[in-house]
Design a protein around this ligand. Structure first.
Ligand code: FES
Length: 107
């Protein structure tokens, strides 16, 4: 998986604040970055229900609540947790490289 992917610089760690999802676009992928304590996560930024931007939602622990209809996903696994979302979101591997966060994109 990550062996077949490519790592891309995603953000400066200093730009990622606890509890504040951060939306970016890399190579056509709309990605939301999250910081929970000293852990970092990345998911698709597009809600699987009606395509709202999850980076506009509310991060509650490791759950992101969609701003449009309040469906929730687990940002660690992408699992759809609460109605009306039923389809999981994609997650991306992340790693810290110096003072930057990198995201792995696969084909
Ligand atoms: Fe996200 Fe409806 S668009 S819950």
């Amino acid at each position: 998986m990550t062996d077949q992917g490519t790592w891309h610089e995603a953000a400066a760690l200093g730009a990622l604040n606890e509890g504040e999802p951060h939306g970016i676009e890399i190579a056509g992928h709309h990605i939301a970055l999250y910081r929970v304590g000293n852990e970092y996560y990345a998911t698709s930024n597009i809600c699987t229900h009606a395509e709202a931007l999850l980076s506009d939602g509310i991060l509650d622990g490791c759950e992101i609540e969609c701003p449009l209809h309040m469906g929730r996903f687990d940002i660690r696994t992408g699992e759809a947790l609460t109605s009306p979302v039923e389809i999981d979101i994609r997650t991306y591997p992340v790693r810290v490289a110096g003072d930057r966060l990198e995201v792995c994109l696969s084909a």
